[in-house]
Design a protein. Structure first.
Length: 166
């Protein structure tokens, strides 16, 4: 019983230290791809602002979804965390929350983009997850794909506090 308790305490200390040691950077510091124009109302949307006056409201609303947008960044971190706020926190009866409002992380390995993990959303507009941990801390290039059926108000990328990111 003592050994199980010690193991539980050690696991808790490791978990808390990993989560406590992330430094977060605003997503606006990194290149955003997948937009047809930078002339949008906010950073994380697809349609140019001038289309608002000529689009039907349902089409304009779909343009607020971040489907197709992605960031590219290069950290030398063993862990990557995300914090994001959704616009609507949308739910659909035919799709899981992961399919609607998650982020997908890919890493460049041997000149090929490999899926790493999905950032599981909570049931709230505000989300915070460790998307990957226990990697080697050599420099790696990542793509972070945005949610399909919801919009993002803000995004922060977390890395180990002693690591760098570009």
């Amino acid at each position: 019983m003592k050994n199980k308790f010690r193991l539980l305490i050690c696991a808790l200390v490791v978990y808390l230290s990993v989560n406590a040691q992330l430094a977060y950077y605003d997503g606006s510091q990194f290149p955003l791809f997948g937009k047809i124009s930078e002339q949008t109302e906010t950073r994380y949307e697809r349609l140019p602002a001038f289309l608002k006056t000529v689009s039907r409201p349902p089409v304009w609303g779909l343009g607020k979804n971040t489907d197709g947008l992605y960031l590219r960044f290069t950290p030398n971190s063993a862990s990557i965390g995300l914090k994001w706020t959704l616009i609507e926190n949308r739910n659909m009866n035919h799709m899981t929350p992961t399919g609607i409002k998650d982020f997908d992380l890919y890493c460049l390995q041997n000149d090929k983009w490999e899926f790493v993990n999905s950032a599981q959303p909570s049931s709230n507009k505000d989300n915070s997850v460790i998307i990957i941990s226990n990697m080697t801390n050599d420099e790696k290039e990542f793509l972070l794909y945005f949610p399909l059926y919801d919009g993002v108000e803000n995004l922060q990328i977390g890395i180990d506090s002693a690591a760098t990111i570009s």
